[in-house]
Design a protein around this ligand. Sequence first.
Ligand code: ME8
Length: 507
Amino acid sequence: MNKKFYITTPIYYPSAEFHIGHCYTTIIADAIARYKRLSGYDVFFQTGTDEHGLKIENKAKEAGVTPKEYVDKIIENAKDLWQSLNISYDFFIRTTDDFHVKRVQEIFKKLYDQGDIYKGEYKGLYCVPCESFWTETQAADGKCPDCGRDVTEVTEEAYFFRLSKYQHKLEEFYETHPHFIEPESRKNEMLNNFIRPGLEDLCVSRTSFTWGIPVTFDEKHVIYVWIDALTNYITSLGYPEETPEFKKYWPADLHLVGKEIVRFHTIIWPAILMALGLELPHQVFGHGWLIIDGGKISKSLGNYKDPREYINTYGVDAVRYFALREVPFGSDGTFSEKALITRTNGDLCNILGNLVSRTIQMGIKYFNGVVKNPGVSEDIDAYLVDSINNLKSVVSEKVDALKINEALECIFEVLRKCNKYIDDTTPWVLAKEEDKLPRLETVIYNLLEGIRICAILLQAFIPTTSEKIFKGLNITNTDFSALDIKEEVYNLGLEKPANLFERIKED
Ligand code: ME8
């Protein structure tokens, strides 16, 4: 049986339309999911929306519609956006789905019955736009530490989850599972800033708004966001019922999240799972933010464009490639259209597009599009041939370490070498002499192999472009097993591909 791989994105708030920051996480998750599928894993890739809470209730009121009507429209757009970005999710969960509501209620009741949830009184500072509660220390200046806006003091009857009980178990877990939180810096942040100073019990219900999942045994309470939201990762698989899907896919292999919600995924979520007696996810990766004009792109600041404008202007793979390649995964990085254009022209047009079109045109011109390997090798071939042969293992290692930008760098290094190989071997000179034709065919063959191997690996990242390249090479064997073919024969006739990428004018 194939090994399974369960990967998730956060479930995003449909409080406003999604922006390039949401695309960032989702594109990366998609690339990893595709890569694992191509490597033979049985992948379950889940994304979705986190639809309850005061902020959405307020937004709907402002818009004069019901909360459900409000989110339905945004979700329709979000699904359309994921389609235009070629996001290959297996399941889209909505926290308003009936099955989720019912299962969250069951989980809440179970935790209450076993004493992990109790009734108390909540006093605290609340940031409405961020839907976050803060302690006096965290919001010492009366401002939300995330968005800098005023917090308000609130007191109300509420249910609490005994988070404090799990402090030592969490520390122990971190110690015995050194890769649970990545990057390393985020683990230290969690330990030093949150766990070691002491965990407070967590407020898990509210009475001050109604747009949420009711507590079945105390209906004036609705379940507050984190228990409702985090459990999406198991309710989708059927939990609390031990369904075959649950048994197969849980625990998750990778929760991919932005750095601001690492705390929830590495403290609250593991504690809930410990209370439920379930296994913990293998890894939570907290990536950095895309920054625009020096600030985080965010729904509440409204400093962004509809990502479909970028897709329509520059093409889906230009946007995907930028998200995957530009920023070292884990760090913050700047998003600008100028940087997107520079990346597209520099890598996709100059390196990839030119190579593919030049090589295929030569194959057609000199060999009528049918190229095999006559085996007339020269020493100079080694730098290219060796790096083509090593590429699969190099890239897989990078993807496994979630160094996605470096994985792409390695692929583009080989493409760069292909371009250099054309300059070094000067095929147009070889073509002038009849007796050099076998050598010329080996040269073209090596280039085609370089392109083929890179295109197979690139499928995970820029699938539309890879498809076009496969068509140009006229090959159908394109899954990762084809990386091991030693002698692909290009006997179906190369086809001049449509321009892979148009050069974008910088102005
Ligand atoms: O936090 N750069 O939803 P959310 C990079 N519902 N990634 C960004 C980003 C940026 N500028 N802005 C957003 C929530 N993201 C909760 C999650 S999960 C159980 C509940 C991405 O709509 C990043 O993944 O605020 C971040 O963690 C997520 O969107 C926040 O989405």
